[in-house]
Ligand binder design. Structure first.
Ligand SMILES: [Zn+2]
Length: 164
């Protein structure tokens, strides 16, 4: 798991840095608040949310993929679909699930109270995409765990990536 955590962190930081440099070089709007204040708040929240997940969740999406594979759980394990098919299906299903989760968080008043934190950012930049209430992060991880278990997704992709 430490290796997958490192890979996840490296991908997150790489995308964050690429987008931050792009925004720095070609801003679409002027900021109303200092970048330092916003980034400290938003990235501090990312750290807090990561700690919350580590403390509250018994497993994350990657662990659920391993459990699904070890116990032959999930559609892909039952159907024995090829990797070239499971990767795009996994991406589409997980993206669609998070899209519908987003819709539900907008429509259900109690969930909107959590989600509006994401939309309350006065300026929008790369860190806004990571600005979520800790309870929303935990609920979202449960949804991802459920989808991964349902599909039996990602472990074959994870092993595929590890072989290189
Ligand atoms: Zn939203």
């Amino acid at each position: 798991m430490e290796n997958s955590d490192s890979i996840r962190l490296a991908i997150f930081l790489s995308v964050l840095i690429i987008c931050a440099v792009w925004e720095w070089c070609a801003p679409r709007k002027s900021r109303t608040r200092s970048r330092w204040l916003r980034w400290t708040n938003n990235l501090g929240l990312v750290g807090f949310n990561s700690l919350t997940l580590a403390l509250v969740m018994p497993l994350l999406a990657i662990e659920s993929a391993i459990i699904a594979a070890e116990n032959n759980i999930g559609l892909f394990h039952w159907l024995e679909l090829p990797l070239w098919l499971t990767i795009p299906i996994s991406v589409v299903f997980l993206d669609a699930a998070i899209y519908f989760q987003h819709l539900v968080f907008h429509r259900v008043p109690l969930l909107w109270r959590l989600h509006r934190m994401h939309h309350a950012d006065r300026d929008i930049d790369v860190t806004t995409g990571a600005r979520f209430h800790p309870i929303e992060i935990v609920l979202s991880m449960w949804i991802k765990v459920a989808i991964v278990m349902l599909l039996g997704a990602l472990l074959s992709e994870f092993w595929y990536l590890r072989s290189y």
